[in-house]
Design a protein around this ligand. Structure first.
Ligand SMILES: [Zn+2]
Length: 95
């Protein structure tokens, strides 16, 4: 499945990937002040090694191949009252 063509905000390459960026490396290299980067990685390390959620996330990173994770639906107001969001998809309740 192809997505609408867009320009990578990082390097300007035209692509039809799902995310904003043409490649994972472009997506990962968002500018961030050095001190913040350090704090983030320390916090992340703590989290990754001390929580179940972190364990799972580390597993996902290590097993990452091609697909982006599903994008969460940001605007909940688009949902009908019998719809809900799970795993990045909109589902309709059936009762
Ligand atoms: Zn790029």
């Amino acid at each position: 499945m192809a997505y609408k063509e867009k320009e990578c905000p990082k390097c300007g390459t035209k692509h039809t990937k799902r995310g904003l960026y043409c490649s994972r490396s472009c997506g990962n290299s968002r500018p961030m002040p050095e001190y913040q980067k350090q704090t983030m990685s320390e916090v992340k390390k703590e989290w990754a090694y001390n929580t179940d959620e972190g364990e799972e996330s580390r597993w996902r990173i290590n097993n990452y191949e091609e697909e982006e994770p599903p994008q969460p639906v940001r605007d909940m107001s688009v949902l009908e009252s019998d719809q809900f969001v799970q795993d990045g998809d909109i589902w309709t309740k059936c009762d």
